[in-house]
Structures are given as C-alpha cells and as structure tokens.
Ligand binder design. Sequence first.
Ligand SMILES: Cc1ncc(COP(=O)(O)O)c(C=O)c1O
Length: 400
Amino acid sequence: MPFLSETLSRVKPSPTIAVTNMAAELKASGKDVIGLGAGEPDFDTPENIKAAAIAAIDAGKTKYTAVDGIPELKKAICAKLKRDNGLDYATDQISVGTGGKQVLYNALMATMNPGEEVLIPAPYWVSYPDMVLLAGGTPTFVEGALETNFKITAEQLDAAITPKTKWFIFNSPSNPSGAGYSHDELKALTDVLMKHPHVWVMTDDMYEHLAYDDFKFCTPAEVEPGLYDRTLTVNGVSKAYAMTGWRIGYAAGPKELIKAMSKIQSQSTSNPCSVSQWAAVEALNGPQDFIAKNNETFVRRRNLVCEMLNAIDGITCPVPEGAFYVYPSLAGLIGKTTPDGVKIENDETFATALLEDTGVAVVFGAAFGLSPNFRISYATSDEALKEACTRIQTFCASLS
Ligand SMILES: Cc1ncc(COP(=O)(O)O)c(C=O)c1O
C-alpha cells in the first residue's frame, strides 16, 4: 500500500513559489538577485486597515467566527458588489474564505465529479488546473494568442465547450498576462455561454481594481444578467488592498452552491482569521482613494518595463490593461545560444539561463500553459525594474 495518495501524484507544486524560493536561495548564497516572480504588491497595507485589525484584537474579536464569514463582512461584500458591479446579492449568497485561493478550491471541491471538465483559457493562473485535478475533475484549455493580447475569442470558446464542461473559469485582468476583456469582448463570450446552459461560470475578479488607462473592468454576471444563476463571482482583498498575508477572499453565487462550499470549509479550515475579517470590513467600507494612487505607480512601471522589453530584438511585449504582470513572447530568441554555450530551447531554459547569468528571476511561460513566454511581476521598485530590464537587454544581446 503506497503511503502517498494518488491525488497527490496528479498535481505539481506551484512553479511561481518554486521560482521565488530559487531566487531567495541564490540571494542567500550572496548572488545579486532581482526577483520579478512574486505576485504581490510591494505597497504596505493602508494604515486604516491595520488600525481596524488592532482594534479588533483589543476588543477581543479573536475567537472562532461563523464558518464562511462574519455578518459584518458579508454585508460589506454585498455593498461592494452593488457599488462596483451593480450586482444584487444577499448575505446568504456570500462565502468568505482564507484567500481567494481557498474560495476557488472550495467551489471546485464542492462541485467536481470524475470525468467532468473545467475549461480554462491559457495563459492561466498556475493553480487552476491543479485545483481541478485535486478536486477529481479534468482541466481543458483554450489558448489566447499574442495577436489578441492573449484573450480568447467567442469562436474559440464555442468550439472548446463539450457536453462534459461543468465550469468555465474566467480571469480578467489576468494573471499572468495582465489582459483585460472590454465589455464588448466579454459580451461576445457571455453570448456563447448563454447557448450552453450546462456550463457554469467561475469568474476570478481578483485584479478588478488594478485597471489602467481607459480600460473599464466588467464581470460576467454584470454584462449578462442571464448568467446570474450559474455564476460564482470570486474576489478578495489581497491585491488591491495590499493584503496578501491577511488571507481573505470571497465569493458570491447561488445559495445552494455557497452552502456546499461552506460545508467543505467547515471540515477543513473552519473560519478565516477573525482579525483579518475585521480588517477586510474596513478595506471594503473605508476610503478607496489610495487605489488610484497605487495604480499611477503601476502604470508608470508597466510602461517602463514594456518599453525596455520591446526594445529587445526577439522579444515582443504587449501592453496589458491591468494587474501587475507583463507576459512577453521570446519567440525570436528560441534556438539562440548563450556565451556559455547554453541553447535557448524553450522558455524554461531561457528563464534558468537568465537567472544564472544575470540574477534576474522571472517565471517561464510553460508554467502558465502558453509558450514561449515569460512573466514579469512589476510590483517592485522602479530602480529594481530598470536594473532588471537592463540586465535582460544585455543578456539577450549576448545571445548568438
Ligand atoms: C488570478 C488569481 N486568483 C487568485 C489568487 C489568490 O489570491 P489570494 O491571495 O486571495 O488567495 C491569485 C494570487 O496570486 C491570483 O493571481
């Protein structure tokens, strides 16, 4: 009898965490490393949010709470969904978990059966396929193209749906590409989904507030109210409020699904951290003006990185609508050789050689299901980004 489970053998560890760890090890050994792998803002959590958490501790709000969230937070989430997305939800349609990650996992665990499929546009956030596999389902993929800024088309979606498709996972703005679907682009997809009533929509709106220039965020149930009864809208405070370590995410959807997700959570982690929930109440109800200020910084960094990367022969870097990632193609560098004789065969050999030669840590595209690309997280200082892009330019120029 093997000790480790068959379930475990179906999944791989998170490649983004692996890159972060590798960069940390090199740094500890004395190498001058610039890590562009981490998926979190470099800003601190706003003071009013920290103060709300401290007040919660002082008031003794440190006990178990209701499994899927305190009523105050559920109310704040309902108000947010109405204010920002025009969506009406009651508190019993809300589930709060330990990060958006747990909420997505709960939903898949609560609904997947063997043989059922989850359709995921590539490039995708690394955890989707593995979560589907852990839940006993089968991930299927539809690939975005460089020419469409990595967005999929209605025709592609229509062709990829099968009778076994249970969920379609949608993520805009996207990790890893930063691509955001406009209202019209999303409407084209929701029109297709209306033709397939057996398909549910899991929309991961984690980067909602990180939207730049004149891009306007929209979410499926808002664009197509006909999808309301089969949509799970997932969001969280991690990215927009610089609260990755607090671990609060949430979802809104049909009551029965929310109840099923709570059942899973009740037998795994119980409630998310009580103090973090009070901090999240303040995040959602408190002032929102710092988001626009942070976004100005992100836009400046995005433009800096795109300009410096697009100046490289062999690299093409679309300018994304949101999030804090760029996802350049390195198609023009495949087949070249480093001065040490390492052949760039794919995006993984590129990322490894880049890290070893220059100390710049990026995540290779194969991890996100679309190659040959790499992901840069620009949620770091302008100085670090300038230095990293200069090193990438020098590295690419040294290839022959
Ligand atoms: C697209 C996407 N969804 C969900 C998450 C998970 O967020 P949380 O930190 O709230 O679990 C991330 C975090 O990297 C993400 O990029």
